[in-house]
Design a protein around this ligand. Structure first.
Ligand SMILES: C[S@@+](CC[C@H](N)C(=O)[O-])C[C@H]1O[C@@H](n2cnc3c(N)ncnc32)[C@H](O)[C@@H]1O
Length: 284
């Protein structure tokens, strides 16, 4: 292994906290630790070292499939949505609950309704967490059922949607629009929304490189076009970071050739430097 190390740059949001889970096995689901690792891609930045974490797996036929885990990619992709949560929050998709763990700790979050379709996920969650570690747990209600049927009879300040298995899932935007049609939250975030924004920019076939169009004006145009009051509508850095996230994830996609992946990573990091979206002097 060479001595090469990635630059570690600060982001505009706090690092998410990882709750401690316990090894548990319930029916076709289990919670297990993940090993530590070196040189792992996060969502907004690469990491030189990643400590051990946790994952939820489901047995399908004879294979255990990882459904959720506390990898840097999963954790970092929730950062702007943790930062945006306030007041009464509806969370569509419990999963391992690390989004829930991070927002319950915020004093400005007063009530959280979590919508979860799969009771087995709920059972594994209940048996693998340590409730005394979950500050603010009394603010949460977990409602089992299809999130798409949920219609609150009270005002909702923030909706966070994460009910699909893959980052950049083609159904993500449509599902979020359907949830918001019923929930009517003042602000909305959805997992991997950066993919939808950058795809929207690419579809416009504007002249010049895509990153030059990743601007606040175009991000607000995207929010208007899709009819969603999305997070980060005032942040000049967010549209560039969205471009960086999508480029970094593409660089490690299984269908991307190794050489192209290296070029894409360099390109993403270059965009950050040009636009002073990050300050490398604070790095490492
Ligand atoms: C990727 S996980 C969410 C991870 C979560 N953000 C966390 O912090 O761990 C997606 C979750 O959404 C649930 N889900 C899928 N479709 C749903 C639906 N229509 N209504 C409610 N929950 C759903 C799945 O069972 C799963 O628990």
């Amino acid at each position: 292994m060479t001595n090469f190390s990635w630059p570690h740059y600060p982001l505009p949001w706090s690092d998410p906290l990882i709750p401690t889970y316990q090894r548990r096995s319930i029916g076709k689901w289990k919670c297990e630790p993940t090993p530590d690792g070196h040189r792992i891609m996060g969502y907004w930045r690469p990491h030189n070292y990643v400590p051990p974490g946790w994952m939820f797996l489901q047995k399908l036929k004879n294979n255990w499939i990882v459904w959720m885990s506390t990898t840097p990619m999963e954790l970092e992709s929730h950062m702007p949505h943790i930062a945006a949560a306030k007041g009464t929050v509806v969370v569509a998709g419990l999963g391992m609950g690390f989004y829930l763990y991070n927002i319950l700790r915020k004093p400005e979050v007063t009530r959280v309704i979590v919508l979860e379709k799969d009771k087995s996920v709920g059972r594994l969650f209940a048996h693998s967490i340590r409730i005394p570690d979950w500050h603010g747990f009394d603010k949460a209600d977990i409602v089992f059922g299809d999130a798409l049927d949920y219609k609150p009879d009270f005002p909702v300040d923030f909706l966070y949607a994460d009910i699909w298995p893959h980052l950049g899932d083609y159904r993500a935007l449509d599902l979020t629009q359907k949830l918001q049609a019923n929930i009517k939250a003042k602000e909305v975030g959805f997992w991997g929304q950066e993919f939808d924004f950058i795809t929207h920019l690419m579809d416009k076939r504007l002249p010049g490189p895509v990153d030059s169009h990743a601007t606040l004006a175009n991000y607000n145009g995207f929010c208007e076009d899709v009819g969603l009051p999305l997070v980060e509508r005032q942040s000049k850095r967010y549209p560039k970071l969205a471009y960086v996230a999508v480029t970094l994830q593409t660089s490690i996609n299984a269908s991307t050739d190794k050489h192209d992946g290296v070029v894409l990573t360099a390109q993403a990091l270059g965009v950050l430097q040009q636009d002073l979206v990050i300050d490398y002097s604070l790095g490492r």
